[in-house]
Design a protein around this ligand. Structure first.
Ligand SMILES: [Mg+2]
Length: 240
């Protein structure tokens, strides 16, 4: 009974559905992990893999407010880490190799996740669909184009961050109220918590790997929160 009431309440309220892109619509984090592995292998003469990984993460966190999210910032962080751990003595050829790793990332194929097109096809009939993602502007535009998904979306928002204030701006721009807004994504920290805080709805779709920066350990219970196992479960939940 409670479930039924909740479902009716949700479908009546929601007007706009926003999708996170990386690891929600398409594969992303595995490319970063692959590159990080190659980076650690390249530098193994200086430090063991696990310590290098921590050093790289430290550089990323130190620079996050300056570089934002995305591959270009990641490339700079790899080079800065190389310089720091080698006390500035690493050969420039190693920096060249890091640039190559970054360039390869920028040319990776866009692999859609299971159920994505089916979900977008269904939901576009009754809802305004939005893509809301962090990352490099040019790179996210490239991925969207390669994905072939752009026609499903009424609006594309490439955000420098996903804090509560960023969502507030987006919701205002979309001319809707938080209670009419549903965000779907793989990151509890970036896609779920800030939207719930504003009074919006949020659905979590887990991806098998999560960047350390996006990890949240405590479990979440909230009347506007929908934990899903797969993306396609949202179709049944929002059926009118
Ligand atoms: Mg994501």
């Amino acid at each position: 009974m409670l479930l039924f009431k909740t479902k009716v309440m949700i479908t009546n309220q929601i007007q706009v559905i926003a999708f996170d892109a990386d690891d929600t619509l398409w594969v992303n984090e595995p490319y970063f992990l692959e590159t990080e592995n190659a980076f650690c292998q390249l530098l193994e003469e200086y430090m063991p893999h696990d310590i290098l990984s921590k050093e790289l993460f430290k550089t990323e966190m130190d620079n996050l407010s300056l570089y934002g999210y995305g591959i270009k910032g990641f490339m700079l962080c790899m080079i800065e880490t190389l310089s720091r751990i080698s006390n500035g003595r690493a050969p420039i050829a190693m920096a060249d190799k890091i640039m190559e790793l970054g360039h390869a990332m920028l040319q990776q194929p866009v692999i859609l996740l299971e159920g994505v097109e089916e979900v977008l096809k269904h939901l576009r009939k009754n809802y305004r669909l939005v893509m809301a993602t962090k990352g490099d502007l040019l790179d996210q535009e490239r991925k969207l184009k390669k994905s072939g998904l752009q026609d499903y979306f009424h609006h594309i928002e490439i955000m420098s961050d996903k804090q509560t204030a960023d969502y507030q701006k987006l919701i205002k721009h979309l001319d809707c109220q938080p209670e009419n807004f549903l965000m779907l994504g793989n990151s509890i920290k970036s896609d779920i918590l800030p939207v719930l805080e504003l009074g919006g709805h949020a659905a979590h779709i887990p991806f098998h790997t999560t960047w350390a920066h996006e990890k949240v350990t405590e479990s979440l219970e909230h009347p506007n929160f929908m934990p899903l196992n797969t993306m396609t479960e949202i179709i049944e939940l929002l059926k009118k």
